[in-house]
Design a protein around this ligand. Structure first.
Ligand SMILES: *[C@@H]1O[C@H](CO)[C@@H](O)[C@H](O)[C@H]1NC(C)=O
Ligand SMILES: *[C@@H]1O[C@H](CO)[C@@H](O)[C@H](O)[C@H]1NC(C)=O
Ligand SMILES: *[C@@H]1O[C@H](CO)[C@@H](O)[C@H](O)[C@H]1NC(C)=O
Length: 200
């Protein structure tokens, strides 16, 4: 009963080795096909900005490049083209996208709802393909603007309040001072009158 488990282990070892070899071969074939380089896989932008989804590929022959947009609302095809030919841009992105020969696309004047995942697929004429993803986050600038305006208004109000109270205090002081002077003036005139009386 001893040799049996060892033989089965041997068989297992051989099939595992074969499997690993197949995997390596597949890897090798795949890496011979398309390679894709994405320098920036996450982009933060604000509304109205023009965004370059920058990629670079290398492969044999002329591939087909396709960009899809994925968000909470589903998947949408943006554009498909072969470098050097006219791009087929979807209706939803007409006049908003321009394509480059290295596979990059530029989105013009993005909005908050352009946030999401942009998936590029580069497919070689032989059939092998490679995909990559860029995450775009577009934020509203309006909020920050309003925040700034609110802070500025608060500052102005504070300055105005300080000025008004300062003027009030000055006014009060001036009034008191005038009253004192008038009082003194009155006193001096009565003194003079008294003096005159004495002289007489
Ligand atoms: C984008 O913004 C998030 C926070 O909103 C931050 O964590 C991330 O590092 C930013 N990425 C880039 C590339 O600026
Ligand atoms: C792709 O081409 C565009 C336009 O020429 C360029 O701005 C961009 O940097 C290129 N991308 C890469 C990864 O080289
Ligand atoms: C462009 O894409 C649409 C939808 O994917 C397709 O019906 C149409 O045939 C394409 N046009 C060209 C010229 O490839």
């Amino acid at each position: 009963m001893r040799p049996l488990p060892s033989r089965s282990r041997k068989n297992g070892g051989i099939s595992l080795g074969l499997f690993a070899l197949c995997l390596a071969a597949a890897r090798c074939l795949q890496s011979q096909g398309v390679s894709l380089y994405i320098p920036q896989s996450a982009i933060n932008a604000t509304v109205e900005e023009d965004i370059l989804l920058s990629v670079e590929y290398s492969c044999h022959g002329v591939p087909t490049i396709e960009w899809r947009y994925t968000s909470n609302w589903g998947v949408q095809k943006i554009v498909e083209w072969k470098p050097g030919t006219q791009a087929n841009i979807s209706q939803s992105h007409k006049d908003r996208v321009c394509t480059f020969d290295n596979g990059s696309i530029q989105l013009f004047s993005v909005g908050v709802r352009d946030s999401g995942y942009y998936v590029i697929t580069v497919t070689e004429s032989l059939g092998s393909s490679q995909f990559g993803t860029i995450v775009l986050h577009v934020s509203e600038i309006l909020y920050e603007d309003l925040h700034f305006v609110a802070v500025f208004l608060a500052f102005l109000t504070a300055v105005a309040a300080m000025l008004i109270s300062l003027m009030w205090v000055c006014n009060k002081c001036a009034y008191k001072f005038q009253r004192k002077r008038r009082h003194k003036l009155k006193e001096s005139t009565t003194e003079e009158i008294e003096l005159q009386d004495v002289e007489c």
